[in-house]
Design a protein around this ligand. Structure first.
Ligand code: PLP
Length: 501
């Protein structure tokens, strides 16, 4: 904790604030970041943007785009996996990207395969649709999963496996070790059982222990470790940790390109998967004259349906090399310092009557957490401020934050105290609800506020960004709810219904 919580965050006092910040967080390395920010992310300051949604999507560096465009402009590339020169040139770059993914995650090609997918969700679906769920088997997700992992349950249920959700526990929203152990003990011999959890919550930033991987495997479970929110600012060392399936999206790590993710899968676990179909590129031969005649290709090729996103794959290597050049540990440290400072400041903000402005959901210190902070704001009388108005005001201040449930409904239900009965009401209706409708309905019918505000910091975040964000939050001190409710909303039809990251 620091001792400068009374600062008013005025621009004139930022230098003073930064000095105090560096005293409290001496490992924060300003010079390297300032240089990087000016060289690679100049557009942020040119447009006066404060970007605080790295968990939604990372930001690309100028050099990543330049290097990729140079490669495209200077090369002649055909569809890979043929024997002509332009195809071979592309195959070479695709395989080089694949090798670099192994290197980045310290994974042995003897033990793992890298399957390129469209995104983390597509990687998860490869497992979901092919995992041998069946009667006697189990699917064990946790409340803190992203919807793309929650969706696995539809395959599990359809095939007769039991589905049990493990809750996380307030206030830190971590797993209850005893409850998890008890669940892990319940496996039937020769059944197939899948535990699925995020290494880092995309909602609260909580890092769920990687120790569960080996413990679960020892009891006969396969483990899907969702690293979409973890990988951008934490080292995932697959020589030390051996999850069976690791889905992730690359744009979350380095911003560009979108549309490429991967599934790192243990070879031993991959052989268990039974693909429900085949596609171009996944088989050696098939025949149209016999049903069911096809040979699936071994390894990653058997899971890469159709033509891979080949022109973008070299940009994955460019992006990973760029992150390696900065140093993932340096990024991790920077993000930790900024998160620690933000938590100190946010939890210290008080209205004049002494009531807290900010309610943080999840850990309020740096112990086993990443750079994502979820919160709500309350007025001096304790009335929860409408997240839509807060977002509208942030928009006016050129601050990109995220609101909603972040596709993580389980944690939303816990932190906003939505009961199973209330949720049942929301689903026992003649027509579907949008998220917007659900929010208004839960407020009206049950006095719940099932929406959250989220900020997340990343590779290019500097002190000026977080300081400006605190200035923005400070503007809510002593503001009555009625005043915030007078803020006009500007909505597109689109953002009321989509909430995917
Ligand atoms: C923890 C987590 N898992 C999975 C996903 C899905 O990623 P994508 O939308 O790139 O498929 C996200 C996206 O935000 C996430 O944060």
């Amino acid at each position: 904790m620091n001792n400068f919580t009374s600062i008013d965050y005025s621009p004139e006092k930022m230098d003073m604030g930064q000095v105090a910040f560096k005293q409290a967080y001496p490992t924060f390395e300003t010079a390297q970041l300032d240089e990087l920010r000016a060289r690679e992310y100049a557009r942020l300051d040119k447009q006066d943007q404060v970007y605080l949604d790295y968990t939604g999507g990372g930001l690309y560096a100028a050099s990543q785009i330049r290097d990729h465009m140079t490669m495209l402009n200077e090369g002649v590339f055909g569809n890979p996996h043929s024997q002509n020169p332009t195809s071979l040139a592309m195959t070479h770059l695709v395989e080089s990207a694949r090798s670099y993914v192994f290197e980045f995650f310290n994974a042995s090609p003897d033990e793992y395969v890298v399957i390129f997918t469209a995104n983390a969700s597509a990687a998860i679906k490869l497992v979901a649709e092919a995992y041998p769920f069946g009667p006697g088997g189990r699917f064990l997700p946790i409340f803190d999963n992203h919807n793309s992992v929650n969706g696995i349950r539809e395959f599990a249920r359809a095939r007769g496996a039991a589905v049990t959700y493990l809750p996380t526990v307030l206030p830190e929203l971590r797993l209850d070790a005893d409850a998890l152990k008890k669940q892990l003990d319940q496996v039937q011999p020769s059944s197939h059982n899948l535990l699925a959890y995020p290494a880092q919550s995309n909602f609260t930033g909580v890092q769920h222990s990687l120790e569960w991987i080996a413990k679960a495997q020892a009891k006969g479970w396969d483990v899907l470790l969702d690293c979409a929110a973890f990988a951008p600012t934490n080292r995932l060392d697959l020589s030390a940790w051996k999850p069976d399936f690791v889905p992730l999206s690359f744009y979350k790590i380095f911003g560009y390109p979108t549309g490429v993710g991967c599934l790192l899968a243990r070879k031993a676990a991959l052989t268990k998967l039974q693909r429900p179909w085949f596609a171009g590129g996944t088989i050696t031969i098939t025949s149209v004259q016999g049903e069911g005649w096809h040979y699936l290709i071994d390894g990653e090729a058997g899971f890469e349906d159709g033509t891979i996103n080949y022109l973008n794959l070299p940009a994955i290597e460019i992006g990973l090399r760029y992150i390696t050049g900065i140093g993932l540990d340096a990024i991790h440290e920077r993000v930790s310092c900024l998160t620690g400072w933000l938590l100190d400041q946010m939890t210290a903000l008080r209205h004049s009557n002494g009531t807290p402005l900010v309610q943080v959901f999840g850990p309020t210190d740096l112990h086993e957490r990443g750079g994502t902070i979820a919160f709500s704001l309350d007025d001096p009388d304790g009335a929860r401020l409408d997240y839509r108005r807060v977002e509208a005001l942030a928009n006016k201040a050129n601050i990109s934050l995220r609101t909603g449930c972040f596709c993580n409904p389980g944690t939303g239900e816990i932190v906003h105290h939505l009961t199973k009965e209330e949720m049942a009401e929301a689903f026992n209706r003649p027509s579907a609800m949008s998220f917007e409708y659900f929010f208004d309905w839960a407020r009206r019918e049950h006095s719940r506020n099932p929406s959250t505000i989220r900020i997340s910091v990343g590779v290019a975040t500097n002190f000026a960004d977080v300081y400006r964000f605190m200035r923005f939050l400070h503007g809510f001190v002593d503001k009555p709810e009625a005043e915030v409710n007078a803020v006009e909303l500007e909505y597109t039809a689109y953002d009321t219904v989509r909430d995917t990251a």
